[in-house]
Design a protein around this ligand. Structure first.
Ligand code: BG6
Length: 354
């Protein structure tokens, strides 16, 4: 990428890229006056994670999964990023930003793009971007935001055997802050593959455990030729990509419980990185910084993806801002406010307990 003087520029920008569509455009105008697009590397460290890249390997290197990767078999998709930590010493950054801007706008929408996109013609950066951009442009939160979004703020509670402070008591947080530490939204993807399949995205601080996963939950079998008493413990089949920790993939399906009855219960089939590979995964940032040095762009979002992310999220943030109420409180160390459970219940679904 050098010019004839042998010099080259690489600019690395860490997210968040703006705090809404307008500010993201302003930021981009400044950057693009000084640098050309190929010199700019926007870091979304989730794309540097081995398990996130493996989603592309799973989908496009195998024949096994593609037949059910669509609206005919998938009931809904859940993308969860839960953290057990609170905001620690980061109030200066976090207060006023909140969970949706911090994580959904970038990490979770990138995961959605990778799960939902069509196959790129190659793994060249431009081809990957084309497919990610197409799917993000087809994605939106259904307009009844009261029904299809939820926000919460952690209150004091027990976590890991310790009583921890609520968000409003954290150092540096304004005592009447309405910043959400729990955010959940439903995203619909209006295309042939996904019409009618809700994608539920949630992220929060002070959850019972740290876990990031992407779960495709399949529809129920159309007919169960067994007495209801024998299938009572049967859930929905699911393919769960565990981004972290316990990196791997789990397939959940029903199996016969040994015995004379035809009793059926859910079991798991597991791929665990540590059991199959001896190589250790590079840290996300190691991989990304190396790619910056090499000038290798596939794992870096372009401005257009950033804009599309804000277009999806801005209406929700405006709606939340317009509410006269605080985010719904949830005790630290629990799985979030009741409103988040109700959001899925309206669609006849329940959140997985990862
Ligand atoms: C960052 C967020 O992008 O991701 C933080 O700003 C969050 O709030 C962090 O804690 C989590 O990253 P990881 O890799 O631990 O899931």
């Amino acid at each position: 990428t050098g010019d004839d003087t042998g010099t080259w520029n690489r600019v690395v920008i860490e997210k968040p890229f703006g705090h809404d569509l307008r500010s993201a455009r302003e930021l981009n105008n400044v950057v693009s006056q000084l640098f050309s697009p190929h010199e700019v590397f926007r870091i979304d460290h989730y794309l540097g994670k081995e398990t996130v890249q493996n989603m592309l390997a799973m989908r496009f290197a195998n024949e096994l999964f593609e037949p059910f990767w669509n609206r005919n078999y998938v009931s809904h998709v859940e993308i969860t990023m839960a953290e057990d930590i609170g905001i620690g010493g980061r109030a200066g950054y976090y207060d006023g930003i909140g969970a949706a801007r911090d994580v959904i706008q970038n990490h979770l929408l990138q995961l959605l793009a990778l799960v939902a996109m069509e196959e790129p013609t190659s793994f060249e950066a431009s081809q990957l971007r084309t497919e990610k951009t197409k799917v993000l442009a087809a994605a939106r939160v259904p307009s009844d935001y009261a029904a299809h979004t939820a926000r919460g703020q952690y209150a004091t509670g027990w976590q890991g055997g310790q009583l921890v402070r609520g968000y409003l008591e954290e150092d540096g947080v304004s005592p009447d802050s309405r910043t959400e530490t729990y955010a959940a939204i439903r995203v619909d993807v209006d295309n042939r593959r996904w019409a009618g399949v809700p994608f539920y995205l949630r992220t929060a601080k002070r959850m019972p455990r740290r876990v990031t996963e992407v779960a495709l939950v399949l529809k129920q079998a159309p007919h169960l030729p067994f007495p209801a008493t024998e299938t009572a413990a049967l859930g929905q089949n699911a393919l769960v990509m565990r981004v972290q920790p316990d990196e791997g993939v789990t397939l959940r399906f029903g199996a016969k419980v040994p015995g004379t009855q035809m009793e059926i219960r859910d079991v798991s089939m597991d791929f665990v990185y540590g059991g199959s590979f001896t190589e250790t995964s590079p840290e996300a940032y190691e991989r990304l910084i190396l790619d910056v040095l090499l000038g290798d762009p596939p794992l870096f979002p372009q401005h257009e993806e950033v804009e599309l992310g804000w277009k999806i999220l801005d209406p929700v943030l405006e709606y939340w801002d317009s509410l006269p109420t605080q985010p719904d409180p949830y005790a630290a160390g629990t799985w979030g406010p009741a409103s988040a459970a109700e959001m899925l219940a309206r669609d006849g679904n329940t959140w997985r307990r990862p």
